[in-house]
Design a protein around this ligand. Sequence first.
Ligand SMILES: [Zn+2]
Length: 248
Amino acid sequence: MNEKEILAVVRAYFPNALTTSETVTRMLDLIHQHYDIEAKQIMLADSICSDDVNTMEYPQRAYEMLGPFKMGGLNGFPFTGLTGMNAFAHHVPEDGAVFVYYAPHIGITKEGITGEINRVGQHKPSACCGAAKAALTKLLNGAIQEGMISELDYQQNTIEQIFLRQEDRILTSSHPLLEATTVMYEAINDRINLLVSKTEYPCKYLILMGGILINGDHDMGSFNACQRFEVIDLRDRKSTDMKQHLLR
Ligand SMILES: [Zn+2]
């Protein structure tokens, strides 16, 4: 399968998807052109799932930025909370920018099957995102108890509660896992907005990118379906929507 064919498989579900490396390249170029900020002046924080595939498929050019600070836990929810957001916000160069990338993730195989991927050295596919699929199975079985968040499995229980609050929407969807992924994106986006509103950034710009992170089989790479790309000037909190530039 060539790159074009692989991208076509992903775009059947996510029409605006780009590879994660192309996303980072375009983002860095745009920030340089429009704001005169270079990669080494940007503190990167990501809120993505702890899944090892996300580490293995991390786009190389992202390492030109400072960081990354890891905000995410299972399925990309920003579990490091206000303390995490504050920590890296204060590690940024004063004339630079903070860049937060956040996304739930979903696997897709070459055959176009969602919710799983073929991993290195394994002869059959495994769940991706495993946490989202487990929470969805529990929701389908009516086994999620309202308000039940345990210390032993805090992150997973939090995802279960997020799904339970949107039970009707997920269960009536023709593609429950895709709908659950959208629900997860919205929950992460809301939480990021709340954390941002309570944080001071001692630099020039705050760059926010929200997406759906798509993991292909191990020889396919990873992709980003951009949902939001916004640059906030911290002097006047004026926000500029850059999504159309990214997806040009
Ligand atoms: Zn995951």
